[in-house]
Design a protein around this ligand. Sequence first.
Ligand SMILES: [Ca+2]
Ligand SMILES: [Ca+2]
Ligand SMILES: [Ca+2]
Length: 195
Amino acid sequence: MDKKLILVFVGLLVIGSAVVAGTRAYFSQQGEVKSNTFSTGTLALKLNEAEEATAVWNIAAGGPGDQVSGAVNVRNDGSIKADHIEVTASNTVTEATSGPGTVSTTPLDTVLEMTVLTYDGASILDQVLDANGNGIKDLDDLGAVTLDDLALTDLGVNHPLAMTIRFNPTLTIGEHQGDSATTILTVMLNQVASQ
Ligand SMILES: [Ca+2]
Ligand SMILES: [Ca+2]
Ligand SMILES: [Ca+2]
């Protein structure tokens, strides 16, 4: 039986399997080092049937230099073994409605620097390139790539995808005050290596 099964999880809330990371710039905590934690969720995929799964990353963030980090588990809950996952991201930036943050010259997602990106504990940050050329790997850059070949060959086992995001201390400025960004991660489970 040469059957190629692909589950593509696209869109926010369409089938509920999107991972949402929200970030907001609150400059009231400027100068403090504040670390928040993503709520941990599990994204359960199946090759043999669709299943709804929801994992939401809630981030309350701070000022320049602050970091937020967390992880979401990805798991094949089906009965057909797969090979690997691919992950894509899309960002939506909402500008502040009052104050200096209303300036939108530099979108917030370009100053949200990815300092750590791991899958199963191994760094995959080298898959993200500085596509927008601002000198850092940021969420906007993450939106320009497909993270590929992330092994998922077993059934019923969690595989953590983890990241740490820092408000870049030099690029995060007054125009980002009160801005917010939402990042949706989309995970595709592929059955064979050539996919
Ligand atoms: Ca702004
Ligand atoms: Ca960049
Ligand atoms: Ca692939």
